[in-house]
Write a protein of this length. Structure first.
Length: 95
C-alpha cells in the first residue's frame, strides 16, 4: 500500500496562521534561503495618479494562493494525473 502524503502531520489550512504564498514557510533572512523557488511580493503603485491599487496586490495574491495549499504533497492535476511541485523534491519559500 502506498503511503499517503497526508500522514505527515496536520494540514496548514488557508484560514489558519500567517498568510504566506501557498502557506509555504516565510524566510526573513535572505542569506539563509535554501530553496528551489522563492516568492517575493513587490508592489508597484505608480500606474495611477489619483488612487492606490497595486500596493495591495502582493497580499491579494498571497491570500488567493492559500486556497490551493491543502495537503502536503504539492499540486495534484487530475487531468494529467501528476503532482506538480512535490514537497519531497521541491522547496518553496516566501520572502
Amino acid at each position: 500500500m502506498t503511503k499517503n502524503t497526508y500522514d505527515q502531520g496536520r494540514l496548514n489550512l488557508p484560514f489558519v496562521g500567517i498568510c504566506t504564498f501557498g502557506k509555504y514557510p516565510y524566510i526573513e533572512d535572505w542569506d539563509k534561503i535554501k530553496a528551489d523557488i522563492a516568492v517575493l511580493g513587490a508592489p508597484f503603485d505608480a500606474g495611477s495618479q489619483f488612487r492606490s491599487g497595486a500596493r495591495m496586490g502582493p497580499r491579494g495574491i498571497r491570500e488567493a494562493s492559500t486556497l490551493f495549499s491543502f495537503g502536503h504533497g504539492g499540486a495534484y492535476d487530475h487531468e494529467d494525473d501528476i503532482t506538480y511541485l512535490p514537497a519531497d523534491t521541491t522547496r518553496i519559500v516566501d520572502i
